[in-house]
Design a protein around this ligand. Sequence first.
Ligand SMILES: Nc1ncnc2c1ncn2[C@@H]1O[C@H](COP(=O)(O)OP(=O)(O)O)[C@@H](O)[C@H]1O
Ligand SMILES: [Mg+2]
Length: 422
Amino acid sequence: MNILVVGSGGREHAIVWKIAKSRRVKKIYCAPGNPGIAQLAECVDIKADDISGLRDLAIREKIDLTIVGPEVPLTLGIVDSFEDKGLKVFGPLKKAAEIEGSKIFAKNLMQKYGIPTGGYKVFKDSREAKEYIKEHSYPLVVKADGLAAGKGVIICKTKEDALDAIKLIMEKKVFGRAGDRVIIEEFLKGEEASFLAITDGKTVIPLPPCQDHKAVFDGDRGPNTGGMGAYSPTPIITPKLKEDIMDNIMVPTIKAMGKEGRPYKGVLYAGLMITGNGPMVLEFNCRFGDPETQPIMMRLKNDLVDVLLSAVEGKLNKIKLKCDNKFALCVVMAAKGYPGGYEKGKEIKGIDDASRLNDIVVFHACTALNDSKLVTAGGRVLGVTAMGVGVKRAINKAYEAVSRIKWEGVHYRKDIGEKAIR
Ligand SMILES: Nc1ncnc2c1ncn2[C@@H]1O[C@H](COP(=O)(O)OP(=O)(O)O)[C@@H](O)[C@H]1O
Ligand SMILES: [Mg+2]
């Protein structure tokens, strides 16, 4: 088979790495890809949101299956466009991807179908929103409705914070049209977890639960990022809790989408808060997580193409997932300053040395080649991922690999996985 992976981050590198092990695959393409992916696939310089360009590529290269990494092409309707031409593609249709594309749509769906989530109110008028927060107790959470590259959620400790958040999103429009409407939401206390499942709209198969690390500094301090590290399994998702999440969140959400005339296939990713009152949904994503996919792919024993193709063909009931019992842990190495401003173009050294360690894969997230030198090209640069028996070994191994990789101004968290020990 010829496979096309759309995207260019660590998530896509992990997917390509896993697909490269498939017996069914003849050739892998990735658009636009990155220098790490280029070692395993032919990278084609087409942007992830250039849907007609990608579709032409899929037709020209006789692609048998396309896997879409990021949310933007999904919410723009890449799946609809490919299916119109009879192309097989893993991911939800545009109207199903709205579960991520509009936080208001997702909240209303959850409310209608009794899926556990925090209390909320929707505003399309900034004056009314400002009026409402005067009466409210704190903290509370202000969220832009649409896609904001992980920056559209503001946790407000005081009324002043909330006023600023509303001004930023609704008046200054820093996220553009994504901020036409906002949600003001109850602040939930607890521990977060990422729960991903693959579905063909009927069968829902959970992927191994993960823990992400959103904050930029150790001890979950500092601003939120796209994710500074992840590990799987996570001890806070006990087998009983996993069943509870499947029965009360994942399966009912897929059923609800079907009832709403938006049948869902692809990955459904629930961002959860595990509260004293059980798991509650913070948001849904319509695709694989980044960096959660890196540890998941390392643990997954199935042929990924078998699994994803079965989902596309509505035959997921034939699949049984098998996971390695080992612990997998990804440490994100980022540029100094991220998620604020940062410099690019710093030469990266030591990846080969780190990759020589057993059970280590260095996934590229944002790198580039400059005169055949590998350089940093974004905020999150690498995802160093290790497998080990037990959490401590995985942590030690990952950080040993990390210590072999250097560039000027590198920043990474030193405490990825420590929650799993506590
Ligand atoms: N209701 C809430 N209570 C507490 N924290 C929240 C709440 N909603 C979001 N958060 C925090 O903000 C982060 C981002 O929110 P999320 O809804 O996942 O949006 P996005 O990933 O699109 O930025 C979450 O990972 C969580 O840490
Ligand atoms: Mg999130």
